[in-house]
Design a protein around this ligand. Structure first.
Ligand code: FAD
Ligand code: AMP
Length: 487
């Protein structure tokens, strides 16, 4: 007789570990299987997010931002400093310490909540059985009333730029560079490319970002994307080449450099860089995950097919996070984990997929929730907007951090908030206020009538809401313009 669990979770990233903890909290006998083992032969919990994604990238972004502040932004405050030096090894060690602390924390949370853990590769068999193959080759099979697949994603590689983990690296390699490359190439101007390009650019690399699309950040509200492009290129000196498709690379091992060929509207071009980061997106990870007769199916893009409740085609088998449709974000994975655990326990939990914030942790940060102006135009939904620039915020001025704006969009007739798009200091935290407001079905006027502390960056959100109604106080209001929606 094999062991039997109420819930077996495959993967201990932010989708899987959160699902396992919530399931255990609800009294379900839960097993979480994770295959990731460190070079020191220790089980690694936390998945991409904690180990090679959100957390280490934010640690390096924080360190490199401090460096820029000390280098460029002290004099204005009347503080005199000598030119700072960067100790890359110390910066990486700090990042690694944070990762170790957090991943160790998950092991503690598993223990505290009574989650059982198994090291090994989990494979979904027919009839709600899961095969676990440990690193030493031992195979066991467990039975489950419910299975939650949270196998995550891995970087996409492209034939013209094969990752060699030396000169051509992926996002994981870009978190481990032991020195600041003089010339850094990045393929892909998406979230990861911009964040990692920022880290090394701030520390002194000459960064060239090569992006195949002709539009910068095409999924972001255009007004915000335009402002971001202006700040990154004009103020921060990032060289972002759009409509440029990488066609090949040639590594010169002796010179430790790589020639990157790309094509743009003028024809074929080349750049030579010391390191090249391939950041062209991520793909769902389903290798060796599903037995042929598991009943779980994939969609045309290779994601596990699920419905709005994260149910796969196999009864009792769920899938969450990066391995299924939707934005590849840790908080989306975690919320799906909570939803599925609670539904297994008999609750009716749902996720509001319209209210998932998306953030780029550059400086300034870019954060948004809900619909963009372009989407509303395309859908023919009448809307009104309110914009407030941080240049008019007393708190932003006091902090010498005035780049960007808050843009709020509300329905033309009902005033219900449909979206909020921010580029500016602490945009990630500011947008969360509107995520909550949207969850509560708030109107722009509700925000306008709310008291905001002074002086705070949040006042920019308040003023944007006031501007939606045409009565912002601290900027001149534009005459309400005709909504652009199609008939
Ligand atoms: P993962 O975190 O990928 O975890 C999956 C786990 O499953 C892994 O530990 C894997 O080893 C394990 N696994 C896979 N297959 C098996 C198997 N068969 N058996 C056992 N175990 C298995 N998102 C944000 O929201 N904010 C950010 O700031 C952010 N920054 C990022 C920065 C970078 C550089 C990267 C790469 C990603 C970033 N992300 C960010 C994305 C975020 O990391 C992912 O969306 C998130 O980790 C997805 O969670 P998940 O649980 O679905 O999968
Ligand atoms: P994201 O999906 O947000 O991580 O962004 C990845 C980016 O990489 C997308 O904007 C793609 O257009 C871009 N990209 C993919 N392949 C290439 C290529 N061969 N050359 C340049 N950019 C690319």
């Amino acid at each position: 007789m094999s062991e039997k669990y109420d819930v077996v979770v495959i993967g201990a990233g932010p989708g899987g570990y959160v699902a396992a903890i919530r399931a255990a909290q609800l009294g379900l006998n839960t097993l979480c299987i994770e295959k990731w083992v460190s070079a020191e032969d220790k089980l690694v919990l936390g998945g991409t997010c904690l180990n090679t994604g959100c957390i280490p990238s934010k640690a390096l972004l924080a360190s490199s931002h401090k460096y820029v502040e000390v280098r460029d932004e002290m004099a204005v405050h009347g503080i005199q400093v000598n030119a700072p030096k960067i100790d890359v090894a110390a910066m990486l060690a700090r990042k690694d310490k944070i990762v170790t602390q957090l991943t160790g924390g998950i092991a503690g949370l598993f223990k505290a909540n009574g989650v059982n853990v198994a090291e090994g590769l989990g494979k979904v068999l027919v009839g709600k059985r899961v095969e676990i193959t440990a690193k030493d080759g031992t195979v066991t099979v467990v039975d489950a009333d419910n299975i939650i697949i949270a196998a995550g994603s891995v970087p996409i590689d492209i034939p013209p730029a094969p990752v060699d983990n030396d000169t051509i690296i992926d996002s994981t390699g870009a978190l481990e560079l032991t020195e600041v490359p003089k010339r850094l190439g990045v393929i892909g101007a998406g979230v990861i490319g911009l964040e990692l390009g920022s880290v090394w650019g701030r520390l002194g690399s000459e960064v060239v970002i090569i992006e195949a699309l002709d539009e910068f950040l095409p999924t972001i509200d255009k007004q915000i994307a335009k402002e971001a492009h202006k700040i990154f290129t004009k103020k921060q000196g990032m060289d972002i080449r759009l409509s440029a498709r990488v066609t090949g690379t040639k590594v010169d091992a002796k010179k430790k450099q790589v020639t990157v060929s790309y094509t743009d509207s003028d024809g074929d071009k080349e750049i030579v860089v010391d390191k090249l980061i391939v950041a062209v997106g991520r793909k769902p990870y389903t290798e060796q995950l599903l037995a042929g007769d598991s009943g779980v199916t994939l969609d045309e893009r290779g994601f596990i097919f699920v419905n709005g409740k994260c149910q796969t085609d196999a009864p009792g088998v769920y899938a969450i996070g990066d391995v299924v449709r939707g934005p590849m974000l840790a908080h989306k994975a975690s919320e799906e984990g909570v939803m599925v655990a609670e539904r297994i326990a008999g609750k009716k939990t749902q996720i509001n997929y319209d209210c998932i914030p998306g953030i780029i942790y550059t400086h300034p940060e870019v954060a948004s929730v809900g619909m963009t102006e372009e989407q509303l135009v395309a859908d023919g939904i009448p809307y009104k907007t309110g914009v407030f620039p941080f240049a008019a915020s007393g708190r932003a001025m006091a902090a010498n951090d005035t780049g960007g704006m808050v843009k709020m969009i509300a329905h033309e007739e009902t005033d219900r908030i449909l979206g909020c798009h921010i580029i500016g200091p602490s945009a990630a935290d500011l947008v969360q206020q509107i995520v909550i407001a949207m969850e509560f079905g708030s109107s722009a006027e509700d925000i306008a009538l709310t008291v905001f502390g002074h002086p705070t960056l949040s006042e920019a959100v308040h003023e944007a809401a006031l501007a939606v109604g045409g009565h912002a106080i601290h900027i001149a209001n534009k005459k309400p313009r005709k909504p652009k929606a199609k008939k």
